[in-house]
Design a protein around this ligand. Structure first.
Ligand code: ASP
Length: 306
C-alpha cells in the first residue's frame, strides 16, 4: 500500500520569464540605488528614460490593439468544430462561470474596493476599456501588463506603486482563474457522478485558490493547474479535456477579471498609502531643496470622483 502520510516536496524548473524573481531583484536594486544617493543618479535617469520610451512604444501598440483583438478572437471562432457542443452540454457550465465572474466583478470586488477606498469603482473601471479589451483579446495577464501600467499612470497613480503591484498582481493575483477552476472541478465531478460533500467543496475552493496563484499569466495556464484541483476530488487529469472546447473563450473572460482586479488593487494600495506617499515626497523635496508640490495621486484620484 502506498504511504499516505509522508509528503515529498520537489522543485521543478519551468520555461518562461520568472516575473517574481525579477520583482525581487528590482526591489533589492531599488533599495541599493536609494542607499547610494547621488552616485546612483545616472542609473536612475537611465531607467526613467527607458521606462518613458517603453510607455511611448506601448501607446503606439495600443492604437493597433482593436484590430489585433478582432483577428485574435476571429481566429479562435473559426477553430470551433461543434457549436452544438458549445451551447449544449457545456452551455450551463459556461453560463455558471460567467455568472460567477460577473457577481465577483460587480459584487465582491466592488464591495472590497468601496470598503478600502470609500469611492465607487465604476469611474475607474470605465477608464479601463483598453485594459479589458487587451486582456480579452490576448487572454494573458502578462501580455496586458504594460497596458495596465499605462492605464494606472493615466489615472495618476504613483508609478512606484503601479510598477510594484501590477507585475505581482499579473503573476499571482488570479481571482477569475480561482473561481473558474473551482466551478470546473465541481462540474467535472458532477459529470463523473462523484459525491461532493461540503468538506470536499471547501477543499476544492482552497486548492483552486492555491492553483490559481501558481498559474502563469498566459493563455489557458489555468487549465494546467486544474490538475491539482481535480486531484482533490480524486479525478484523473485527463478529465480536463471535458471543458477544453469552451476554455479558450472562458479564458478571455477570467483574464479580464484578473487584470481589472490587479488595477483595482493598485488603486486601493495608492489610496491606503497616500499619507506615506505625501511624507516621502515632502522629505525628497526637502532634500532636493524644492518647494512642496501638491500630491499628484490624490488630486487625480479625487478628480475621478467628481
Ligand atoms: N489566462 C489567464 C491569465 O493570464 C490565466 C488562466 O486562467 O489561464 O490571467
Amino acid at each position: 500500500m502506498s504511504e499516505l502520510e509522508t509528503y515529498q516536496i520537489t522543485g521543478e524548473y519551468q520555461s518562461g520569464s520568472n516575473v517574481l524573481g525579477l520583482v525581487c531583484f528590482s526591489i533589492v536594486l531599488g533599495i541599493t540605488l536609494g542607499k547610494m544617493g547621488d552616485k546612483s543618479r545616472p542609473l536612475q535617469d537611465f531607467f526613467h528614460a527607458l521606462s518613458e520610451a517603453m510607455m511611448i512604444i506601448t501607446g503606439w501598440v495600443i492604437w493597433l490593439s482593436p484590430l489585433g483583438v478582432f483577428f485574435l478572437v476571429t481566429a479562435k471562432i473559426m477553430e470551433i468544430d461543434s457549436f452544438k457542443e458549445l451551447v449544449g452540454r457545456l452551455g450551463l457550465y459556461f453560463m455558471t462561470v460567467l455568472l460567477g465572474l460577473f457577481l465577483h466583478g460587480f459584487g465582491t470586488l466592488s464591495i472590497l474596493f468601496i470598503l478600502a477606498t470609500k469611492k465607487l469603482p465604476c469611474r475607474y473601471i470605465a477608464k479601463m476599456g483598453q485594459v479589458m479589451a487587451t486582456a480579452f483579446g490576448t487572454a494573458s495577464s502578462s501580455a496586458t501588463m504594460p497596458i495596465t501600467i499605462g492605464c494606472c499612470d493615466d489615472m495618476g497613480l504613483d508609478p512606484r506603486i503601479t510598477r510594484f503591484v501590477i507585475p505581482i498582481g499579473a503573476t499571482i493575483n488570479m481571482d477569475g482563474t480561482a473561481l473558474y477552476e473551482a466551478v470546473a472541478a465541481i462540474f467535472i465531478a458532477q459529470l463523473r457522478k462523484v459525491e461532493m460533500s461540503f468538506g470536499k467543496i471547501i477543499a476544492v475552493s482552497v486548492t483552486a485558490t492555491a492553483a490559481s496563484i501558481g498559474a502563469a499569466g498566459i493563455p489557458q495556464a489555468g487549465l494546467v493547474t486544474m490538475v491539482m484541483v481535480l486531484d482533490t476530488v480524486n479525478l484523473p487529469a485527463e478529465d480536463v479535456s471535458i471543458i477544453l472546447a469552451v476554455d479558450w473563450l472562458l479564458d478571455r473572460f477570467r483574464t479580464t477579471i484578473n487584470v481589472v482586479c490587479d488595477a483595482l488593487g493598485a488603486i486601493i494600495v495608492t489610496s491606503l498609502s497616500q499619507g506615506d506617499i505625501d511624507k516621502t515626497r515632502a522629505a525628497n523635496n526637502e532634500r532636493d531643496g524644492r518647494s512642496d508640490a501638491p500630491s499628484h495621486e490624490l488630486t487625480e484620484i479625487e478628480k475621478g470622483d467628481h
